[in-house]
Design a binder for this molecule. Structure first.
Ligand code: PRP
Ligand code: GLN
Ligand code: SF4
Length: 480
């Protein structure tokens, strides 16, 4: 049952206003946000209001894309940066963010975390009016909307046209602007460093640069930072909050705080909830590193079963999902995690991971444990089964690719080769956050989608839709 995709981390954004080392701070910030995207990285900086924006972008990790010389070229006191995992538009250098354009309102740069559900529709509309797109990424829409002739409400009204998930940082010739969609799908927070303002996807980025965390940007809030200081606008229609609960389960770094709640604490509580819901009689609790670590700790504490980190992670290889083919991915799971066999031999083992998507990791872990002589293997997962697609910034849009969508619980157990299997339920997962349930998007577990989406969505929708419109118009792809 080889399934092709699994959820991936998503993008990270960072911005600085009013610091002499803006680009360097952004570089460090992106380093701390590297877990959110490893395909490409970029920084755009600006000196004063009349200077040309400078940019450096490339494919790969932050450490691969930037050399000291590149950072020296990125002068100025303002900067925005991005690490990408693509959700709309292919993973190519052309699609690396931030995007920079020259408009009749001056230079603009944008970096986006999330996914715009009406991007293809807006692009067709904008192209019909003459917009020329440089990339096939949904995020570019924002720049075109801002460059359009403005009616009532100016730039803020233009932003009201985008729908879906967006935590965005923008740089104009005078400002740094940060905003979150009205549902607040993705995180974005504000900090201060030496009197300068900084914005980051996650608070762990502030720790690295020793910035003080000020607060989270509210869902639907636009913060505008310029020489006059900082102010907020709330241009979007008020709606229910739908923060991505999977950020707490898997995406966010455990040392980040989101909405005042520490991510590692939530994961420990998820492990405790899981232990109460699906206890097991066992000798050891073993985490699947990295994301299973804190949940395994909670599981172990709740049942008083010793915690042993028997899987040793090799930190020097890329993430498993980067590899395109199933056979290479299986190999990568083995390269990434090696088992200390002596710990598990003749033992009844509970293995805790945060999630199962295709099942590659879990299956391979069970096989390894059995080969090492484990007497029993009980698989425990600290979130509910993934049965539905995500349209809000996670790259697993096709439910056919999700193991739990294709199999019953017993089939999953058999496929993994485990003695028992237990997933956390929706209620336990929400309780562990200590936040109200209606704060969250849980669509990939529950099928309850807070925002409508394009039924034809796939990663290449922008290219496909534009091509189809040309065909419908009987336009041949020739110029004259
Ligand atoms: O069912 P699968 O398709 O194998 O996907 C699920 C696995 O992927 C994630 O880990 P990842 O490899 O991203 O590493 P991490 O835990 O270190 O983040 C997740 O934590 C699971 O272990
Ligand atoms: N993962 C993300 O947040 C991706 C942002 C944007 N949709 C892109 O594909 O570049
Ligand atoms: S569908 Fe799942 S992964 Fe996507 S935003 Fe909602 S909770 Fe997060």
């Amino acid at each position: 049952m080889p399934l092709k995709h699994k959820p991936t981390h998503e993008c990270g954004v960072f911005a600085v206003f009013g610091h002499p080392d803006a680009a360097l701070l952004t570089y460090y910030g992106l380093f701390a946000l590297q877990h959110r995207g490893q395909e490409s990285a970029g920084i755009v900086s600006a000196k004063g209001s009349d200077s040309t924006f400078q940019q450096h972008k490339g494919m790969g990790l932050v450490s691969q894309v930037f050399k000291m010389d590149d950072l020296d070229e990125l002068k100025g006191t303002r900067a925005i940066g991005h690490v990408r995992y693509s959700t709309t538009g292919s993973s190519t250098a052309k699609n690396a963010q931030p995007f920079v354009v020259d408009t009749n309102r001056g230079q603009l740069a944008v970096a986006h975390n999330g996914n715009l559900v009406n991007a293809a529709q807006l692009r067709v509309e904008l192209e019909a009016k003459g917009s020329i797109f440089q990339t096939t990424v949904d995020s570019e829409i924002v720049l075109h909307l801002l460059a359009q002739p403005r009616g009532d409400g100016g730039a803020l009204a233009a932003l009201r046209r985008i729908e879906g998930a967006f935590s965005i940082v923008l740089m104009s010739e005078r400002e740094i602007i940060g905003f979150r969609d009205p549902h607040g799908f993705r995180p974005l927070c504000l900090g201060k460093k030496d009197g300068a303002y900084v914005l980051a996807s996650e608070s762990c980025a502030f720790d690295l640069i020793q910035a003080q965390f000020v607060r989270d940007i509210e869902p639907g809030e636009v913060v505008i930072i310029d020489n006059g200081g900082i102010r907020s606008e709330f241009p979007f229609r008020e709606t229910r909050s739908a923060f991505c609960i999977f950020e707490y389960v898997y995406f966010a770094r455990p040392d980040s705080n989101i909405a005042g709640v520490n991510v590692s604490d939530v994961r420990v509580r998820m492990g405790r909830e899981l232990a109460r819901l699906h206890p097991a009689e066992a000798d050891l609790v073993v985490p699947v590193p990295d994301s299973g670590i804190f949940a395994a700790l909670g599981f172990s504490e709740e049942l008083g079963i010793p915690y042993y980190p028997a899987f040793v992670r090799n930190h020097y290889i890329g993430r498993t999902f980067i590899q395109p083919s199933q056979s290479i991915r299986d190999f990568n799971v083995r390269v990434k995690l090696n088992l200390i066999t002596e710990i598990v031999k003749d033992k009844r083992v509970v293995v805790v991971d945060d999630s199962i998507v295709r099942g590659t990791t879990a299956r391979s872990r069970v096989v390894t444990l059995r080969e090492a002589g484990a007497k029993e293997v009980h698989m425990r997962i600290s979130c509910p089964p993934h049965r539905f697609a995500c349209y809000y910034g996670i790259d697993f849009p096709n439910p056919d690719k999700l193991l739990a969508n294709q199999c019953t619980m017993e089939e999953i157990r058999k496929y993994l080769g485990a003695d028992s299997i237990g997933y956390l339920d929706l209620e336990g997962m929400i309780r562990a956050t200590k936040r109200p349930g209606n704060d969250f998007c849980t669509a990939c577990f529950s099928g309850d989608y807070p925002v409508g989406f394009d039924a034809e969505f796939d990663k290449l929708i922008m290219e496909k839709r534009a091509r189809r419109v040309r065909l419908l118009d009987n336009e041949e792809p020739r110029l004259i």
